[in-house]
Design a protein around this ligand. Structure first.
Ligand code: ADP
Ligand code: MG
Ligand code: MG
Ligand code: MG
Ligand code: MG
Ligand code: MG
Length: 684
């Protein structure tokens, strides 16, 4: 979440007349940064993760697990604690930061300062995450536990699912049939964005996840837990008037999506061109990592037929009007907009020659005025379009106090639009007045149950980003295929059974760093030094030279349809045939190009082995683990219902597994013991 202001938030009717002015200030602020920092060079690799938790409150006597709504108290206590430790030990650099999130049952933590590219730093990720979890846990009540699963399976069921209980009848911001406003962070920003989304859209948001039909699930399924005839808010009849689909799990509020936890990774690039290159290369990786980290099978008390949070969170902040959604002809609004402001990336932005214009095959509505202004100020077409596309959105949270802030010193109006465009990747310009450089944030992954897994996925992504830069890898596929993959990634068991469009020739063609698909390349054979750019060193770094275009690039090009094929997650990660080494093969090749001591390699292998085994099916995803747990619970009636007792046992098991008190064969490696030291050996 972006910055939190104290101030007076404007309702949608009050905010709307300011939208154009705010966009204009936002672009002025961006241009000030652009003119100052577009040529900034030489920033080192710094990177960091964000881990989101839900705080579960157990009532062991009643056999119930509920969401604790003590976020405000918990954050205050953690801030005090961190402050006290810093006063005592002012030179410590490992003190984490805890952040608020949308859900009043959520916490977010980041490392105290970003990691560098040093290998010891890479190996400290799990330790940092464990330390943060330990700090959080030790300052909760004895019956409260921070749990890192994306979704609380009984969020929004009839009756009690929060501690303390609140009645959804009083949901004045969301008007939800299921969620009380008290599940939302009390800071004015959050109820305001909730209400303004609903007002702007002209109805409540509506998410319908396909139900998982089990042997005893009634067909057709008309959900008996929806209060179909409630009559408190004007939107109450929406459910029976078509918003709630039969055979689906219907959800009607921002909290269902923004209450989900994820794992995000931000890294700083050497310069803007490198940031754009790595952004583009990671776009097709987004859906792959979503499928691999899938951990969200149960929603509002039911098993669904999807494994991931993405479509729920996208739908949960979808503020588009009927005109913008293409249901009515345009009259009040300017554009038909294909996607929610939370969704996958819409356009590639690198000016590298390997970015063929044909890859940007998605419709891309842009704010023409913004686009022209950016072009007049020297931005190239691709970046101008990217920004002008973000700026088709209206600001949802406007504080009267910030309307005329200084555009030289502030970037808040820019950030206000930028940070409420929640895409799979985020291209982050340097904030005004800070020493930070151009960054890229990778945002598609679900949070994992253990910090061992969260560290593994973080490390994998940062190593992959280095492999991309050092080998000059090319992962481009048409954007429409990335979007198709986003949908495929969410299907039940996609990590095992799905196929995904993926590029089959990923090495640069016709350049010094040449790999051709005619010479077989398998991971062990990948050379240690891949061309002139790689020096033996033991540091992950930035500033890799661009792969120069070949003399006649057009000649080397094949039809786009021949550049990619359908592959399973196992093939994408672990390789296919002789020509495609897989993402893990590329990561291993990159590590071989470094001067890494054996003990460090061995430690890294335990993390990379997790990726390998999740992909090849030796280990199941957290979604499959939960699904199997639910379906084999003695109280389960094979009717798709996740009852209170099942939910309690599931979350209790999750906690015990995380702490290493309970084995999870087939889900975690057998060496997992819940402490960082003991997870040292790879292999089952
Ligand atoms: P947001 O919520 O806006 O995405 P956060 O501040 O919550 O951002 O997290 C940003 C992450 O970026 C943290 O892990 C932090 O350690 C890391 N980070 C901080 N400074 C830099 C930097 N200069 N380059 C890369 N990452 C950074
Ligand atoms: Mg967050
Ligand atoms: Mg954050
Ligand atoms: Mg932030
Ligand atoms: Mg983030
Ligand atoms: Mg294999």
């Amino acid at each position: 979440m972006g910055l939190l202001y104290l101030g007076t938030p404007l309702s949608w009717d009050q905010a709307k007349p300011h939208a154009d002015a705010i966009r204009e200030h936002g672009i002025t602020q961006f241009l000030n940064i652009w003119h100052r920092l577009k040529d900034r060079q030489g920033d080192e690799l710094l990177w960091g993760d964000e881990v989101e938790y839900m705080v579960v409150s157990f009532d062991h006597d009643a056999g119930a697990a509920r969401l604790s709504l003590r976020q405000t108290d918990i954050l205050a206590k953690l801030a005090q604690l961190v402050n006290d430790i810093c006063i005592e030990s002012p030179f410590r650099t490992d003190m984490p930061t805890f952040h608020p999130e949308y859900g009043r049952f959520m916490l977010e933590s980041t490392p105290g300062s970003p990691y560098t590219g040093s290998l010891p730093d890479l190996l400290s990720v799990e330790k940092s995450m464990r330390y943060r979890r330990t700090l959080a846990r030790s300052h909760l009540k004895p019956n409260e536990v921070p749990i890192t699963l994306p979704v609380f399976p009984r969020l929004g069921v009839p009756g009690v699912f929060t501690d303390p209980y609140y009645d959804p009848a009083n949901a004045k911001a969301s008007h939800s049939l299921f969620l009380p406003d008290e599940i939302t962070n009390p800071h004015v920003r959050f109820p305001t964005i909730t209400a303004n989304t609903r007002e702007r859209r002209g109805s409540k948001v509506a998410m319908n996840l396909p139900l998982f039909f089990d042997t005893n699930t009634p067909r057709p399924f008309i959900d008996p837990t929806i209060p179909w005839d409630r009559n408190i808010y004007k939107e109450d009849p929406e459910a029976k008037n078509g918003a709630a689909l039969p055979d689906h799990i219907y959800m009607d509020a921002m909290g269902f999506g923004m209450g989900c936890s994820c794992l995000q990774i931000t890294f700083q690039a050497c310069n803007i061109a490198e940031a754009r290159r790595v952004y583009d290369a990671l776009v097709p990786i987004g859906p792959i990592m979503l499928a691999l980290t899938a951990a969200s099978p149960a929603w509002r008390g039911y098993l669904s037929d999807v494994d991931c949070r993405w479509n729920v969170i996208a739908g949960s902040v979808d503020d588009r009007t009927e005109e913008e959604r293409g249901i009515k002809p345009l009259s009040e609004n300017k554009y038909v907009i294909p996607k929610s402001r939370y969704d996958s990336v819409d356009s590639y932005i690198s000016t590298d020659w390997i970015n063929r214009p044909e890859y940007n095959d998605n419709p891309l509505p842009i704010d023409e005025k913004t686009y022209q202004r950016l072009r007049d100020n020297g931005l190239d077409d691709l970046l101008a379009k990217h920004i002008a596309h973000l700026f088709i959105r209206d600001p949802l949270i406007v504080f009267s106090e910030t309307l005329d802030w200084n555009d030289e010193t502030s970037s808040d109006h820019f950030e206000g639009i930028q940070s409420t465009n929640w895409q799979t990747l985020r291209f982050k310009p340097p904030p005004a007045g800070s020493p930070i450089g151009w960054r890229v944030e990778f945002r598609s992954m679900e949070i994992s149950l253990t910090d061992f897994e969260n560290a593994a996925f973080s490390i994998f992504i940062v190593l992959l980003s280095r492999a991309i830069l050092s080998f000059g890898l090319n992962f481009y596929v048409p954007m429409s295929k990335v979007d198709a993959n986003m949908q495929r990634a969410q299907k039940r068991n996609a990590a095992r059974e799905g196929t995904f469009f993926f590029r089959n020739s990923v090495f640069p063609v016709g350049s010094e760093r040449r790999y051709t698909t005619t010479a077989p390349v398998t991971p062990p054979d990948l050379p240690n030094g891949c061309g002139p750019s790689i020096n033996k060193e033991n540091k992950l770094r930035n500033c890799y030279p661009e792969v120069p275009p070949p003399a006649d690039p057009e000649k080397l090009r094949v039809p786009i349809e021949e550049e990619y094929e359908e592959m399973t997650i196992d093939e994408i990660i672990n390789g296919k045939g002789n020509d495609f080494p897989g993402l893990l093969g590329l990561v291993h090749a990159y590590l071989n190009s470094l001067d890494v001591d054996f003990p460090i390699k061995r430690k890294l292998r335990k993390y990379l082995a997790l990726i390998e085994q999740r992909a090849d099916g030796t280990l199941m995803t957290a979604a499959t683990w939960q699904r199997e747990f639910i379906r084999s619970h003695p109280d389960y009636k094979f009717d798709s219902v996740v009852s209170e007792s099942i939910n309690y046992d599931l979350l209790k098991a999750a906690d015990e597994i995380e702490r290493g008190l309970r084995p999870a064969p087939g889900f975690l490696p057998s060496h997992y013991t819940g402490t960082e030291e003991d997870t040292g050996e790879p292999g089952p």
